[in-house]
Write a protein that binds this ligand. Structure first.
Ligand SMILES: Cc1cc2nc3c(=O)[nH]c(=O)nc-3n(C[C@H](O)[C@H](O)[C@H](O)COP(=O)(O)OP(=O)(O)OC[C@H]3O[C@@H](n4cnc5c(N)ncnc54)[C@H](O)[C@@H]3O)c2cc1C
Length: 506
């Protein structure tokens, strides 16, 4: 039996990508089903590094403070030399927060805690994960997708308008679509294990045998838990003993530390590192999101972050198109996100090579703050400008005062599902007024006071110039208002589904 349009969007897979997409749809009132074939939540720590750009996104989604409360900062890394020396490295590498970039270092939260907090946020928004429900087949036509689901209750066939395959590296959705997944197996096999142990302090990330990759052992205290995460390469072939005794023997053999005792293993996995990128992110009404679209080594902690950001990019676009925006808006998902994944694959593979040679150095690029979409069809330069910031760039934060005197931040103005137009309060041309567009005037007579000059420094707006910020925090366009320029802005807004064209003053 086919249920008539059971939901607008079917999300297959409730990892970080699927949960982000569900939150994005839920807070826009889009109907969806989020299915997960596992009977209960995944309980491993895998993607424990939340990068600064993802922290900004989690602030927008309303979960950052909960994540910080559940996790913690990365401790310094202690490198144990073969000669008995100990070298401590600060992983922040001198980065400092700034008004434009409030989060400057990675936050550590085990992935199972991140996902738990996301499920809690989803519940607040009225959504939930259907555990024990597997996508086992689908077809699509011009109007929608017909999907077959299997659960302990039996089989169900549903119709939805779009399907998002957020179903991980071995994606069933990708395989069913026949989308190629080219790339390479990197010839490295490793274990990751969440373990309880005695004999090592929780104040540092213990790193043994740096520069001797095959014998490397990294043991990191997992913030928010009493556990440690162990990561270590293992031989490409053969059984790996993931029991407490087996992991204890590996640690003793490779580090020579006889006093480290592994008490128990909460979760462990042996995996082979790959770097692969899906040939397409969209086939008709079906999209690939997160690890379903890209897999790569864990070096640099990019995977979960990139997966969350894929979903954050797709969510508002799906909602806009379901609300009447141009269908081509959905093509910009692949146009924007695939190049990001391509660059990230290169980065994590380079970091793996560096780690193998014992000279791993994480730089600014792992923080993902410079990711942008300058070449996207959505990035419009509707005015010649002198400022260095360009359309497609991440919109910076800045401390501000509200006209009533209360301290605030630009990110507070951007928070939510709307678009934002920031304009110079001295401008006399009327701004467009549409549902879904928040307009703020900056200046002594505006509703936003740039008390510290940080908005000026970040955006370098010329007198009368405005900047349009997308719901996902990227700059859609710089514009000046008046006549044809206002009409261009109105066409742009209509294209992306903001309000209805024809409502503007000109
Ligand atoms: C050792 C290690 C360390 C890592 N460290 C980091 C890090 O520090 N930072 C970082 O950003 N990333 C890190 N990662 C990567 C990160 O874990 C992944 O990128 C992330 O989990 C991807 O999320 P996802 O939602 O796309 O996929 P997944 O987490 O794989 O979720 C996909 C879900 O889909 C479900 N599913 C599959 N098929 C079906 C189906 N047919 N029907 C229904 N459900 C289905 C699966 O059960 C699964 O729950 C690390 C990974 C490893 C292995």
């Amino acid at each position: 039996m086919t249920t008539d349009c059971a939901a607008d969007v079917l999300i297959c897979g409730a990892g970080a990508a699927g949960l982000t997409l569900a939150i994005e749809l839920a807070r826009r009132g889009v109907s969806f089903r989020l299915i997960e074939r596992m009977e209960k939540p995944f309980h491993g720590s895998r993607g424990k590094g939340i990068q600064p750009r993802t922290q900004e996104i989690f602030e927008d989604l309303g979960i950052l403070d909960r994540l910080v409360a559940s996790g913690g900062p990365y401790p310094p890394m202690r490198v144990y030399g073969a000669d008995g020396s100990r070298l401590e490295k600060d992983l922040s590498e001198g980065a400092e927060p700034s008004p434009a970039e409030p989060y400057h270092v990675a936050l550590m939260v085990p992935q199972f805690l991140t996902e738990r907090i996301m499920r809690e946020r989803l519940a607040e928004l009225g959504g939930h994960v259907e555990f024990g429900c597997e996508l086992v087949g689908f077809e699509q036509d011009e109007k929608g997708v017909i999907a077959r689901l299997a659960s302990s209750a039996g089989q169900e066939t549903i119709r939805c308008r779009y399907l998002a395959g957020a179903d991980g590296g071995r994606s069933f959705v990708r395989e069913t679509l026949g989308v190629e997944f080219p790339g390479k197996t990197l010839g490295v096999r490793a274990i990751v294990a969440d373990i309880a142990l005695t004999g090592l302090g929780r104040d540092v990330w213990h790193q043994f045998n740096e520069g001797d990759f095959e014998r490397m052992v990294a043991i990191c205290p997992l913030a928010g838990t009493g556990l440690f995460q162990l990561q270590s390469p293992v031989p490409a072939e053969g059984e790996v003993d993931l029991s407490a005794q087996g992991i204890g023997r590996l640690i003793a053999h490779r580090t020579g530390c006889r006093d480290v005792q592994v008490q128990s293993v909460a979760w462990a996995s042996a995996y082979v590192m790959n770097a692969r990128l899906a040939g397409r992110y969209r086939v008709g009404r079906v999209f690939l999101v997160g690890d379903a679209a890209h897999i790569h080594p864990p070096t640099g902690g990019q995977g979960l972050n990139t997966s969350v950001q894929d979903a954050y990019n797709l969510g508002w676009k799906l909602s806009a198109v379901l609300g009447g925006a141009d269908n081509e808006l959905l093509d910009t998902y692949e146009a924007e996100r695939r190049p990001v994944a391509e660059a990230m694959l290169g980065l994590s593979t380079r970091l793996l090579d560096a780690q193998m040679q014992g000279r791993m150095q994480r730089g600014r690029e792992v923080r993902q703050l410079d990711i942008g979409y300058p070449d996207s069809p959505l990035s419009r330069q509707l005015v010649e400008r002198n400022g260095s910031l360009r359309s497609g760039a991440r919109a910076p934060d800045a401390p501000i005062l509200g006209a009533a005197g209360q301290p605030s931040r630009l990110f507070q103005l951007f928070k939510g599902t709307h678009w934002t137009l920031l304009m110079d309060a001295a401008g006399t041309e009327p701004p467009p007024r549409r549902p879904g567009l928040h307009v703020h005037r900056i200046g002594p007579c505006g509703d936003v006071i740039d008390a510290w000059g940080c908005v000026r420094d970040a955006f370098e707006l010329a007198p009368g110039e405005c900047v349009l910020i997308r719901p996902d925090g990227y700059i859609g366009a710089f514009v000046t208002l008046g006549g044809e320029r206002t009409r261009k802005l109105a066409r742009y807004l209509g294209h992306v589904g903001v309000g209805r064209p024809g409502e503007d003053p000109q």
